[in-house]
Design a protein around this ligand. Sequence first.
Ligand code: SF4
Ligand code: SF4
Length: 303
Amino acid sequence: MVRIRFHGRGGQGAKTAARLVATAAFLEGWMAQDSPLYGAERRGAPMTAFARLDRAPIRERGMIARPDLVVVADDSLLADPAAHVGDGVEADTVVFVNSEQAVTQLLERAPCPGRLLTGDLTGLVLAQLGKAGALSGPLGAVAARLVGLSETNLRTALVMELGELGLPVPVIEQNLSMAHACFELVQPVPLRQNGDRPGQPASLRTPTYEPPTSGTARISALANVTVRKTGGWRTFRPVLDPEKCIGCWMCYLHCPDGAVRMTGATHPLIDYDHCKGCLLCVEECPTLALISEREAGLVRRSS
Ligand code: SF4
Ligand code: SF4
């Protein structure tokens, strides 16, 4: 059995990525199972998704405590204790991280006990779409490639699953193109196959309610929005061009986190300590006064 664990943030597409690799494996004749696990169920908050692939019927259910392959949607998750990326990772676990950084650079900033691989999937999405977008297609394609599934079955899975989500044909075609690029970006790696050895039960994390901190936001912390800094969730930031701003307040109205304030000069002021980078304000700005800018140097930038 190959056990795959995806780590992402709400909205990045890790759940769909798990579904894509499971469907591609199923089309290839494997048994397959996939499931997501949300915490805060909030855009930007860390979440996990699982896929199990096997030639034999799969008897296991639930969380994957000891993965053979870990796929991480952005490198800021490595430094986020709430994401638990390193749980159950051993020396022979393959860990792929979406990052602009090379393996050696990333290891200096975020030690990883597994066999680390990196690739810039966000750069791929930016090149293809011209803006930030969900990573489900690229993450699913990387996982399929590393496992050794065929591109043909991955493409069929993309058309089926993204079509079922109601995505328009041009978006599905862009994902097919990105999937092809991912197949060129990474090569299959020998993954450990755990055979008949039963998976270890995942430890249950019982929430203990913590005092408010200004560090990583956790669902288990007491309500403390004024001190919790969700700016650490951001992979893109909204940036204002004041010349184009007409002071319509649409960004203020649509920000789900109250991270936009209007100044006396009627221009918005973005609170980057708490802006989680959902880019709703960029989508809603009628004059394109807000643009999205990729955060540089993840694995803990300052906000
Ligand atoms: S300021 Fe914009 S990007 Fe930041 S949380 Fe609010 S709507 Fe999202
Ligand atoms: S939505 Fe755009 S134009 Fe309106 S206040 Fe915000 S930045 Fe200015």
